[in-house]
Design a binder for this molecule. Structure first.
Ligand code: NAD
Ligand code: 3PG
Length: 536
């Protein structure tokens, strides 16, 4: 039974899949103080949060069983991703599930600003009738600058177009073509400052966007500009905004998110030209059901089928790429497992190369599988795809990944080489169309071996009778040979044999083999059964 802790206010309807699943037990404890959360987090396999729970390194210190942190929403700035990654905890979110709600709130904020609705409401409900005081402006034919043209920025732009606004979009990923298709103009931050009557921000809060709208930027804006932030507190410097509001440079601001939450900057909160809401962008019935439903389904998938769709600390790959990589995923881990056994010691340097068609794909997932295979040998089950890169660095192991789209005799080819001092071990492998995975290189010798559970790697001199002596020694121990491959550098020189066996060859068997004339070394290489694909 997997234990799930829900530590923020999350929709029960959205959590139905988890409530109804026999393998999951859900504890709802919204609003837990940090020290209480730290005290109980060790009991749980997954944690579901919104933006309120601060998932700090300190709390994660006790999260010994935690495998997943699920953010029922988009922004993950309340989660220490680095600390989670170090502990091998997958962080997932629900991108897109609250996009429409956040875009609709942005439009509501823009309209509220343009028509002074909150202040007019307060005055009217007090019994006043101040028609002149609340004269607003039209949005029609005004220019809206959208900073961050991702999911929400795009929805906002589409809605603003229907209001007859001219849209200037700024986003490092926005192309001229895409802007043209949408009927908006691609602009720089400075162009937005100079031309926009309304500016709305829709970026994440990251190093580059912290204080993006500051004194310097506000000084460049069109006098009387109106500014909206329904993205993240901190993208706009609150004190700079107050200064610009006081000077009249900014005519009004509508703010849903704050540098610290709950919001405490009274100069901003009480400013007569400011509309504020308490981080309500995703607070609709629909968005809350969707985010909770999405993370519930994904948590079930992660625990039941190991499939991850929206990990924040894992490479995101498209369905099409996933399909292309799928056959290589198990093979990559097998290569790591075999390479580390061949090296017989911890590596100082790992080199991974991808050639041919596979080199044209995003291969980070394969690299993570290779590293997991290598590191598990010495570090055990603490290694997973999330922390593999991190643990490698932590162990002081240098790594290099190279890609060459030119084929090396196979449509796709992967090679892993481990180095320690003068010692090196390498494994080259491919997927043969219609024949499945093949190890085609071992320690620089060409071979053709199907990765199976029990492999025997023998280094010997290329002398007559070797194959027979190895075969009969294995027979003496009742070990059946599945396949046998021989490779040599030169006639009469060094050679290798790679055998697939029906059972393990350890202890006495290896001693017996090593005593054979001409045999230099015999190594049993094991691949865990569950990592061995069904032979085809
Ligand atoms: N108020 C709320 O309740 C609420 C609800 C949902 C989302 N959000 C927040 O809204 C923001 C946007 O969410 P989204 O789902 O659209 O995310 P998204 O990832 O789809 O879009 C973010 C965009 O910002 C762009 N960007 C990054 N750095 C930039 C920079 N320096 N300048 C300009 N653009 C930059 C990215 O390229 C991306 O296109 C996030 O901060 C999210 O946390 C708030
Ligand atoms: O990033 C988000 O998804 C929004 O800020 C919503 O946050 P919330 O889930 O705390 O409402």
């Amino acid at each position: 039974m997997y234990k799930i802790l829900v530590s923020d206010a999350i929709s029960d309807t959205g959590l139905t899949a988890l409530y109804e699943h026999p393998n999951f037990a859900v504890d709802k404890k919204p609003g837990l103080p940090p020290e209480e959360l730290k005290g109980i987090i060790g009991e749980y396999d997954a944690l579901i949060v919104r933006s309120q729970t601060q998932v700090t390194e300190d709390i994660l210190e006790n999260a010994d069983n935690l495998r997943v942190i699920a953010r029922a929403g988009v922004g993950v700035d309340n989660i220490d991703i680095q600390a989670a990654t170090k502990k091998g905890i997958i962080v997932i979110n629900a991108p897109g599930a609250n996009t429409i709600s956040a875009a609709e709130l942005t439009m509501a904020m823009m309209l509220s600003l343009a028509r002074n609705i909150p202040a007019a409401h307060a005055s009217t409900s007090e019994g006043k009738w101040e028609r002149n005081k609340f004269k607003g402006v039209e949005m029609y034919e005004k220019t809206l600058g959208v900073i961050g043209m991702g999911k929400i920025g795009t929805e906002v732009a589409n809605r603003a177009l229907s209001f007859g606004m001219n849209i200037l979009g700024y986003d490092p990923y926005l192309t001229e073509d895409r802007a043209h298709q949408m009927g908006i103009s691609k602009a720089s931050l400075d162009e937005i400052a100079q031309e926009a009557d309304f500016i709305t921000v829709h970026t994440p809060l990251i190093k580059e966007t912290k204080g993006l709208i500051n004194d310097e930027y506000l000084a460049k804006t069109k006098p009387g500009v109106r500014i909206i932030n329904c993205a993240r507190g901190g993208i706009i410097d609150e004190n700079a905004l107050v200064r610009a509001l006081n000077s009249g440079q900014v005519a009004g601001a509508a703010i849903d998110v704050f540098e610290t939450e709950p919001a405490s900057n009274t100069e901003l909160l009480e400013h007569p030209h400011v509309v504020v809401t308490p981080h309500l962008g995703a607070s609709t019935v629909e968005a809350q059901e969707k985010v909770a439903h999405e993370v519930s389904e994904e948590i079930i998938d992660i625990f039941e089928t190991q499939s991850i769709r929206h990990a924040v600390n894992m490479p995101q790959i498209s369905g099409e790429t996933q399909k292309k990589l799928q056959p290589y995923i198990d093979l990559a881990e097998q290569m790591g497992i075999l390479a580390i056994q061949l090296l017989k010691q911890a590596p100082e340097r790992v080199e991974i190369s991808y050639a041919g068609e596979i080199a044209m794909e995003s291969t980070d997932l394969l690299t993570r599988n290779i590293l997991k295979g290598i590191l598990t040998h010495h570090l055990g089950d603490t290694v997973n795809l999330i922390n593999a890169h991190h643990l490698l660095k932590d162990q002081g192991v240098a790594s290099n990944v190279s890609k060459n789209p030119k084929s090396k005799g196979f449509a796709s080819y992967i090679e892993v080489t481990l180095h320690r001092g003068d010692n090196k071990a390498n494994i080259g492998a491919t997927i043969l169309n219609g024949y499945g995975a093949r190890i085609v290189k071992m320690n620089d010798y060409r071979v053709d071996v199907r990765p199976e559970s029990n492999l025997l790697y023998i280094k010997h001199h290329d002398i007559p009778g070797m194959i027979g002596r190895v075969g009969s020694t294995l027979g003496d121990y009742d070990i059946n040979i599945g396949t046998m491959q021989v490779g040599r550098a030169d006639i009469g020189g060094e050679a290798i044999m790679v055998l697939t066996l029906d059972k393990k060859a350890e202890g006495d068997v290896l001693v017996g083999l090593k005593a054979l004339k001409g045999l230099e070394d015999a190594q049993y290489l094991e691949l865990p059964n569950e990592k061995v694909a069904v032979p085809n």
